[in-house]
Design a protein around this ligand. Sequence first.
Ligand SMILES: NC(=O)C[C@H](N)C(=O)O
Length: 601
Amino acid sequence: NSSICKRAPLQPWRRRKLSSRNSFESLESLSLHSAEARVLVINTGGTIGMTIHDNVLAPKANAFVQSLRKLPILHDETYAQQSCLYDYYGSENTLVLPVSKDRKRIVYTILEYNPLLDSSNMTTDDWGRIGKDIEKNYENYDGFVILHGTDTMAYTASALSFMCEHLGKPVILTGAQVPIYEMRNDGRGNLLGALMIAGQYVIPEVCLYFYNKLYRGNRVTKVDAGSFNAFSSPNLAPLATAEVDIAINWDTVWRANTTAKFQVSTELNRNVGLLRLFPGITAATVRAFLQPPMEGVVLESYGSGNAPDNRPDLLEELRKATDSGVIIINCTQCLRGTVSTSYATGKVLMDAGLITGGDMTPEAALSKLSYVLAKKDLDLEVKKKMMSQNLRGEMSADLAGAKLCLSDSRFIQVIAKTLSISCKEELEAIRDALSPPLACAAAKIGDIEALEALKEMGTNLCLGDYDGRTPLHIAACEGHLKLVQYLLSHGATVHAKDRYGDTPLSNAVSFRHKDVVKLLRKTGAHFSREELEEAGTELCSLAASGDLEGLEIWTLAGANLNAPGYDGQTAIQVVRSEHSNEFPWALRHPVQSNAFKLFLS
Ligand SMILES: NC(=O)C[C@H](N)C(=O)O
């Protein structure tokens, strides 16, 4: 109604908006500058919008928006009229929240699916539909709220987290245990919280909001059918809590560190399944379950990933399946904790070719399988590797790496803020104290991306930590060849010595990383005179124990087999007196081959 619009007290930006009302494009661009955020609510169904018919709850179509319109906490009709909301957005399904504490308006449009589903009826096709709708509307909204039944919400949240590649905006699933139409219900609070977070914070994740908490979507599981507090995220703290204030736990929020464009991969493989172990399960059951066309299975094992190791029949069935290309992920039946190989009963599953699921929920593992197996252009080995990698924060395996992937200097800023530091010099001192151990931690896990990020924030990758150990020392210890290469091409020095006088070369020798030794040598690394002198004794002891691999590594690093040990004997003499076998490996090394030829002759 344009007459009301003209009389309304409008902010300048809104007046501009109205004056260009006929041009859709200019309206869209102006809204970006406004204090309004836009959220798309995709209503797929669930208890939140159900009513009772014939004594049972079922979704009610075309009732949700009308009902919200009458709820002042979820819609401000006065503002909608004054600001010509319906004209402007051209949709009767667009509503607006009352103004927030920081004067922000969240305008939300509801896209209702037909039919609305009890989430027990959901299939992978429905996940695909949600994904496509997010993709289609991605640029027009600041965030997305998916209304969904609670029964399979954890599956959908997990699946969407994988399907949404390079996500940069919040996608928040929510729902209710009691319909929004009832006097006492949790639906209003859940919807309101989800809308407020989706509209105000750039959390680039698929999340689940329930009972005042925002969780990472692929970390949750439904744990209570009769409580408002229906979900748990057993292995990851909430991303946010909505108490008196909304507090975002930014350190936990996943950062994709990507410059690639958002896209949704709607291809999903349905030949996947969950198999829960129980005492006395027969091999025939397992065999039947693993039959083609099965391609991926989540085995829910006991405790920390255990299965009977006195059941060769059962293990044989698992082995046969993995040999024939079925990917089997080992997840625990426990609510909390991770799969490990601390027991013999856990190791047998590794030996049978299973991939550890770490602390993934079965829901996350299953939907990850479905997503990964659908990637037609990848071969089996790459798919297996993806399954053991942390793709969207669904597992803690390389959480250290995730935390280190600081694409900006926020970490340092947070510390500076905590310590009330404001001047540049102090800030730099903090950075210099913190960044070397961070770089070393990144080197330990082979995380080149984290090192890149640290470099971007001004870290000198040559610097050592409190013990003078540099990232190159650590990478050499761990045998991360690529990382050693990276460090060397980014200013790291092979001559760095830690407080114990060790160089990256001596570290690589100690931990026997042949390729790293070769690369360091090629770059000019060498033993010090003292090291060369001490090498004689070391070589003799290696020779005495017939440790050819050790002798080879030391030789590659530049040690001389003719150098005398503490008692004047050389390694060659020790070999001659204690081992008369042949040493063909030595002939491959020109420097020593003459000595060995002499020795052998
Ligand atoms: N609370 C709920 O939403 C349960 C319902 N059966 C559903 O999953 O759709």
